[in-house]
Write a protein that binds this ligand. Structure first.
Ligand code: C2E
Ligand code: CA
Ligand code: CA
Length: 279
């Protein structure tokens, strides 16, 4: 037993070392990844439940590491945030997403909204509004087609500052969505104070639609509340037809999830846009 315990210990120590080494490798790599053009954007469709058409795309970043292959944002975005590298990376993401959205228009695809995730560090960035305006100018994308996704915790942090920043973005015409809605443990007061257009119901609620009626009540309540506040609701993480039917019944506005499509490359999206309706 002692022997085994020891082996286990070594096993864990080794795993931990691996994790530390991997982190160091990632941290150094992130610094060079931008110059080396190793980031790529995937896009996940958002479907209007009335028309069953794709009306928006969420841009989701991936890192194609020369040795480690495809690395999930779950792994490198937190490191990018800690090191501050999320600011230049985030700028690249915004620029690339806006240019791509415009390019799709030029190529004759229907006009689609493009949603881009903003992290806390970006919202705190002093010249964020100027940066985004200039990206919109150079890409020639209509500001109304750009939606920025922020989490509740960002909205709560430094309230006044964030409200003012969001108001400046709204003045340009940009839309604001609250991401992972329902997971922030925050008071709902901010929904009135913040200039928000869209609520994205977190997939942890959508996940459980089949299993427990409690979560169905939560979703129903969020959808009714959003309607009363004149906000659009998008349900994230829709994977099954049961979830879809329930959300249709509740008159949720839009859905996003593996049931319709995983995040896809530019080519994948183009193939999908050629058959843009579902039943
Ligand atoms: P998020 O903003 O909540 O993005 C949605 C995540 O859910 C994506 O994971 C997407 O692939 C996944 N997803 C979509 N539909 C389903 C489904 O039906 N089932 C399940 N299980 N998952 C689904 P992804 O792309 O790995 O991104 C993870 C997180 O990383 C994002 O969560 C976001 O917080 C962050 N992230 C991704 N791209 C960016 C970015 O460009 N900038 C910033 N700041 N953060 C990003
Ligand atoms: Ca998001
Ligand atoms: Ca989300």
């Amino acid at each position: 037993a002692k022997e085994q315990g020891r082996n286990n210990y070594q096993f864990y120590a080794c795993e931990m070392e691996d994790a530390i080494v991997r982190r160091a490798v990632l941290e150094n790599g992130i610094r060079k990844a931008l110059e080396r053009n190793e980031f790529i954007l995937y896009y996940q469709p958002q479907i209007d439940l009335e028309t069953k058409k794709i009306v928006g795309l969420e841009a989701l970043v991936r890192w194609i590491h020369p040795e480690h292959g495809l690395i999930s944002p779950v792994e490198f975005i937190p490191i990018a945030e800690e090191t501050g590298l999320i600011v230049p990376i985030g700028e690249w993401i915004l620029q690339t997403a806006c240019e791509q959205a415009k390019l799709w228009q030029v190529q004759g695809f229907p006009k689609l909204r493009i949603s881009v995730n903003l992290s806390a560090r970006q919202v705190q960035q002093k010249n964020l509004v100027e940066k985004i305006s200039s990206i919109l100018q150079t890409s020639e994308l209509e500001p109304e087609l750009l939606e920025l996704e922020i989490t509740e915790s960002i909205a709560m942090y430094n309230e006044e500052y964030v409200i003012n920043k969001l108001l400046s973005l709204k003045k340009i015409g940009i839309k604001i969505a609250i991401d992972d809605f329902g997971t922030g443990y925050s008071s709902l007061n901010y929904l009135n104070k913040f200039p928000i257009d869209t609520l994205k119901i977190d997939r942890s609620f959508v996940n459980q639609i089949k299993n427990t009626t409690d979560n169905q009540e939560i979703i129903t309540t969020i959808i009714v509340m959003a309607r009363n506040l004149k906000l659009k609701v998008i349900a994230e993480g829709v994977e099954t037809v049961e979830q879809l039917r329930f959300l249709e019944e509740q008159q949720c506005n839009e859905v996003q999830g593996f049931y319709f499509s995983k995040p896809l490359t530019v080519e994948g999206i183009q193939a999908l846009l050629k058959q843009p309706t579902w039943e």
